[in-house]
Design a protein around this ligand. Structure first.
Ligand code: URA
Length: 210
């Protein structure tokens, strides 16, 4: 696993406002969207391209376009949905699949309640959107499912990560082609499995407690 903590003043600025408990849901959603776009820019550094010819008004030259098969973006419901638009802004021709995973608040184990993914992901680059890499259980389960379907290059974009989460990904998916891109590596998890200092429950902060 590779981990890339994006070190940029705009990323730090937006993340600080996301952390602030006084930030309301509309502002939180807007900032999360903007932050994802900045993370997506870094996360797509290795997106596959192919060479094409292009004729400018002045001359013939070569350039690149995104290679086939199209990249797949997979937000993990619920909170990952709030990251989809920001990601698609950077990769507008990508396709989206959906995975719904919920974490049992006591055992902290994930279970799948929605799965809408292409059956065959052979040779596809996949971008998984999961705002909080906490215990890592949800992300590990999601990436296992993507690799089972043939994905050969998976990048997880997380607003925040905890060391426990990245260690779980490293341990449970040892040798797998996985990169984690995040805005910050926080200190630890608390007894309830929340990232400290973190930003609280990302889904609740985006969409309320329903
Ligand atoms: N999920 C969240 O939304 N927040 C955390 O801090 C940990 C997991």
């Amino acid at each position: 696993m590779r981990i890339h903590v994006v070190d940029h003043p705009l990323v730090a600025h937006k993340l600080t406002t996301l952390r602030d408990e006084r930030t309301d849901s509309p502002t939180f959603r807007r900032l999360a969207d903007e932050l994802v776009t900045l993370l997506a820019y870094e996360a797509t550094r290795d997106v596959r391209t192919e060479q094409v010819d292009v004729r400018t008004p002045v001359a013939q030259t070569t350039g690149v376009r995104l290679a086939r098969p199209k990249p797949l973006i997979v937000p993990i419901l619920r909170a990952g949905l709030g990251m989809l638009d920001g990601m698609m802004r950077v990769l507008p021709t990508a396709e989206a699949g959906f995975l719904g995973l919920i974490r049992d608040e006591e055992t902290l184990q994930p279970s799948t309640y929605a799965n809408r993914l292409p059956e065959d992901l052979s040779g596809r680059q996949v971008y998984v959107l999961d705002p909080m890499l906490a215990t890592g259980g949800t992300l590990v389960a999601a990436i296992r499912e993507l690799i089972r379907r043939g994905a050969d290059d998976v990048t997880a974009i997380c607003l925040l990560a905890a060391p426990e989460g990245t260690e779980a990904v490293e341990h449970d998916l040892a040798g797998a082609p996985v990169t984690v891109v995040t805005a910050a590596m926080d200190e630890r998890l608390n007894d309830a499995g929340y990232i400290v200092p973190g930003l609280g429950d990302a889904g609740d902060r985006m969409y309320g407690t329903a």
